[in-house]
Ligand binder design. Structure first.
Ligand SMILES: Nc1nc2c(ncn2[C@@H]2O[C@H](COP(=O)(O)OP(=O)(O)OP(=O)(O)O)[C@@H](O)[C@H]2O)c(=O)[nH]1
Ligand SMILES: [Mg+2]
Length: 237
């Protein structure tokens, strides 16, 4: 494809360390689950979505990188707030520590809330696995034992979503429905990972068009991209 195109819109993953942000992005972009190391600074992928280029930013959840978060969110068309369904504190942190970072996002920014690692819960028997795994027809009962009870329920995420709308001074009527924007995923099995990103991208497209019509700059931080490089992902550090 040659030269890197300027992105038309930006999507940012935020959330506490260890919730699985990098794993979700790997699963979506590389189609697999692999070992990760805790993210330092941030990194991005470019995803072509129809005629548009969307940059997806993976950020570091570790406290010492917290200051970078609002820079990454600058001009974002969508923010994916990620928690671990087995870790109540990771949901609390989204509100206490990460929400304020989104003040620099686009004023019409879309919010998604994602509970990851559902494969570790006792509800996993209900989950269809990825195509590869379902073809091998493993007995479903094998995963019922030794699973923990889910600590955070989707209703908790829905309640948080509604508080986010209040924080953003948005009317529930004008924003996408909470039930639509709260997801549960597994980066490990692939459960609902495509659905998450595709739903978000589909919602970002109208924003891109609207911003173009209004003549707004597409993203504010284009200068950090190095057009000479041909990598499809990179690190800003
Ligand atoms: N069982 C299970 N483990 C997962 C899942 N997603 C991530 N993990 C594991 O959780 C750990 C943390 O995953 P990362 O993707 O590195 O987490 P992160 O949110 O990027 O963490 P930081 O970069 O430190 O902010 C790793 O050991 C992953 O293998 C999942 O869906 N299921
Ligand atoms: Mg990471």
């Amino acid at each position: 494809m040659g030269r890197m195109k300027k992105p038309d819109g930006k999507v940012v993953l935020l959330g506490d360390m260890n919730v699985g942000k990098t794993s979700l992005l790997h699963r979506y972009m590389e189609r697999r689950f692999q070992d990760t190391v805790s993210t330092v600074g941030g990194a991005f992928y470019l995803k072509q979505w129809g005629p548009y280029n969307v940059s997806i930013w993976d950020t570091a959840g570790r406290e010492q990188f917290h200051g970078l978060g609002s820079m990454y969110c600058r001009g974002a068309a969508a923010v994916i707030l990620t928690y671990d369904v087995n870790n109540v504190q990771s949901l609390i942190e989204l509100e206490d520590r990460f929400l304020a970072l989104t003040d620099s996002a686009s004023t019409d920014c879309i919010f998604a809330i994602v509970g990851n690692k559902v494969d570790l819960t006792d509800e996993c028997a209900l989950l269809p696995e990825t195509e590869d795994e379902s073809r091998s027809k493993k007995p479903i009962t094998s995963c019922i034992t030794a699973k923990a009870q889910k600590q955070v329920h989707v209703e908790d995420a829905v309640a948080l979503y509604k508080r986010i709308l209040k924080y953003k001074l948005l009317d529930e009527k004008d924003a996408p429905a909470a039930e639509k924007m709260c997801f549960e995923t597994s980066a490990k099995t692939g459960y609902k990972v495509d659905y998450l990103f595709e739903t978000v991208f589909d919602m970002v497209v109208p924003l891109i068009l609207q911003h173009r019509a209004e003549g707004l700059p597409q993203t504010v931080d284009i200068s950090i991209y190095k057009p000479a490089k041909q990598a499809k992902s990179g690190c800003c550090a």
